[in-house]
Design a protein around this ligand. Structure first.
Ligand code: PMP
Ligand code: GLN
Length: 363
């Protein structure tokens, strides 16, 4: 959709990335790290100061104990963390449960290592998981459940009850978990992020993946990390060492320094809530039905009052004729459902949101 947006000179609210700048302080820290000579390989698991800083942050936010020596690896974005966790644990015939609509890297990676994807459908408008249905699909081959909270593309949050259910089911059936928490700081309306890290038994069987790109407005830097208990991270490292060995050193130095100031990430929910509310206020009189967005920088819009076309056809017309690119949510499902819903990314300047809203209101 980003390529189509470029081709048709459309406003791009499709792919999830901010169109405003990363903090110049952080950028200066990167150039300082380079000038200071941190231009050779980082340690395999990542820069020690960054690992310590993240483990301290986890302790402060979630009261957890992750060891910087054994329980964390810095990765080239969350995508590489997710890929590596799957590569380290999934073999031919293993079944992995994912919740769809799902971020696109889970399914293909599971299949690449011979696993079978079991899709659990989350239904609009609330996209809440049905744990009874999850219990019903568990077989002797089930090896892992992947969750994503806050959830892309719906903006749904897993509740404490959801996490307790996940904990119980994964313990009962001895399952591994990947908890993709890349939007952990983008939560609205006073809600709380339920990290898998805070549930003691769940944390013992979970890889937690995170991304600096979402938090510090620099998705192009591709920096993230994976946390987990030593037993799991030992397996993770066996893949990481020969896949990439270690990731960008000066960026790690800069991120470690920048993270010392907690204001760099604690205000993020409020920052994006303002953007969400600004945008929703602009389109409140449009014919789109606004679905709930409790977190992430995505908003789902139901276009059924405007068109009965498929979401893909609608998104294509919107891009090519009306010059606004969005994402049809059926692309996040293997078996595409015919929901009349598109996803917009509101991580944009007010100017862009105003221009986009004008188009949406004109339909
Ligand atoms: N998980 C989810 C839910 C995402 O939305 C994204 C980014 N689009 C990722 C993982 C990947 O993050 P990164 O860009 O750090 O690889
Ligand atoms: N995660 C971003 C999104 O959901 C995009 C990342 C990508 O294009 N692979 O839009």
């Amino acid at each position: 959709m980003s390529a189509m947006a470029m081709e048709y000179n459309a406003i791009n609210l499709s792919q999830g990335f901010p169109n405003f700048k990363s903090d110049p302080v952080l950028i200066d820290l990167v150039s300082k790290a380079m000038k200071d000579g941190h231009n050779q390989y980082a340690p395999m698991a990542g820069d020690v100061y960054l690992r310590e800083t993240i483990c301290n942050k986890m302790h402060q936010l979630y009261n957890t104990t992750y060891s910087p020596d054994t329980d964390i690896v810095i990765t080239a974005g969350a995508t590489q963390a997710i890929f590596t966790a799957i590569a380290a644990t999934i073999s031919i015939g293993d079944e992995v449960i994912i919740f769809t609509p799902a971020y696109d890297c889970y399914g293909p990676t599971i299949q690449l290592f011979g696993g079978k994807v079991i899709e659990m459908q989350l239904a609009s408008p609330y996209f809440t998981p049905d744990w009874e249905a999850v219990r019903n699909v568990i077989s002797n081959n089930t090896k892992m459940i992947i969750i994503n909270t806050p959830h892309n593309p719906s903006g749904m949050l897993f509740s404490e009850t959801d996490m307790l259910q996940l904990q119980q089911i994964s313990e009962e059936h001895n399952l591994l978990v990947i908890s993709d928490e890349v939007y952990e700081h983008i939560i609205f309306d006073g809600e709380k992020h339920q990290s898998a890290a805070t549930f003691e038994q769940l944390a013992k069987r979970s890889f937690i993946t995170a991304s600096f790109g979402k938090t510090f407005h620099n998705t192009g830097w591709k920096m993230g990390y994976c946390l987990g208990p030593k037993t799991l991270m030992d397996e993770f490292k066996k893949v990481h060492q020969y896949n990439v060995f270690s990731v960008n050193h000066p960026f790690q130095k800069a991120l470690a320094e920048y993270l010392q100031n907690e204001n760099t990430y604690l205000g993020l929910g409020q920052f994006y809530q303002q953007k969400r509310d600004f945008f929703l206020n602009l389109i409140k009189d449009s014919k789109f039905k606004i679905l709930p967005s409790k977190g992430t920088y995505f908003q789902l819009l139901d276009f059924s009052e405007i068109s009965q076309k498929s979401d893909k056809a609608f998104a294509e017309i919107l891009t090519k004729q009306h010059k606004l690119a969005t994402i049809p949510i059926s692309v996040f499902n293997k078996d595409a459902l015919d929901e009349k819903i598109i996803r917009v990314c509101f991580a944009k300047t007010e100017e862009t949101l105003i221009d986009a809203a004008k188009i949406l209101k004109s339909l």
